[in-house]
Design a protein around this ligand. Structure first.
Ligand code: NAP
Length: 242
């Protein structure tokens, strides 16, 4: 069986991605850091729609935890493999660089950039031997344009964009695609504290995006129809930046 793993699948964009991939017929592995009740809610939403899902909590920033969780999953599923990976787990700890603390820098880089490495590298052998895979990395407008107050976050997302382009070329001949999605402002917990009314005025579409709109693009990139798209960074931002 081919599974889909979504890191940070308990809430926000990740939850919508879990639902989208479950509706496409994938059994879904919901990763999260600590919010078990939110992850259980994602699972319930999938099961209500007739899909199947399991929880797999681990901290993507920890290479050891990631290895342990994925090795355990593999030994429980020797005949299955993870065909679709959505590297979605992410946090932001904004500060201007002059005041940035060590943990603000390292926590953001460790989750977004090192998390991408910790998870992805462990799934490649199966994808290569099965000659099919879809890797979809959730980056950000911040990683393309750079945003003040987010040198840590912009650097982490720009790093993943570079890795996406390189990895896509390593894997294209094996029918594995690697793409990045760069959302602008999406209505999730991550954007809760922002001044939404002021920010909306800067967005040509005059609204925040919905997680489901990002998930629809994830679903398309995961589909057979997107087989010839690889190494791309696709923006989804209401016209905010192109
Ligand atoms: P969110 O609602 O804050 O959800 C974050 C998710 O990441 C949660 O499921 C959380 O798990 C998980 N997570 C955090 N740290 C983790 C770790 N160390 N290991 C495993 N999982 C971890 O965020 P979101 O807005 O949906 O964002 C999802 C992705 O889109 C992020 O990469 C973010 O940078 C990117 N993005 C978001 C926006 C936006 O406007 N919202 C824009 C551009 C890009 P718990 O529930 O256990 O905490």
């Amino acid at each position: 069986m081919e599974y889909a793993l979504i890191t940070g699948g308990s809430r926000g964009i990740g939850r919508s991605a879990c639902l989208e991939l479950a509706l496409m017929g994938y059994p879904v592995i919901i990763n999260y850091a600590s919010n078990e009740s939110a992850a259980l809610r994602t699972k319930q939403l999938i099961e209500d729609k007739g899909g199947t899902a399991v929880l797999l909590p681990f901290d993507v920033a920890s290479d050891h935890e990631t290895e342990k969780a994925l090795e355990q999953w593999k030994s429980d599923h020797p005949d299955d493999y993870i065909a679709v990976l959505v590297n979605n787990a992410g946090i932001r700890k904004d500060n201007v660089m002059v005041f940035m603390e060590d943990d603000q820098w390292h926590d953001v880089l460790n989750i977004s950039l090192n998390g991408f490495f910790n998870v992805t590298r462990r799934l490649l052998k199966d994808m290569i031997s099965k000659r099919f895979g879809r890797i979809i990395n959730i980056v950000s407008l911040s990683g393309i344009k750079g945003l003040p107050g987010q040198t840590n976050y912009s650097a982490s997302k720009a790093g993943v964009i570079g890795a996406t382009k390189a990895l896509a070329q390593e894997l294209a001949s094996r029918r594995i695609t690697v793409n990045a999605i760069a959302p602008g402002f999406i209505a999730t917990d991550m954007t809760q504290g922002l001044d939404q009314d002021a920010l909306k005025q800067t967005i040509p579409a005059r609204r925040f995006g919905q997680p489901e709109e990002v998930a629809a693009l994830i679903g398309f990139l995961a589909s057979e129809k997107a087989a010839y798209i690889t190494g791309e960074v696709i923006s989804i931002n209401g016209g905010l930046y192109t």
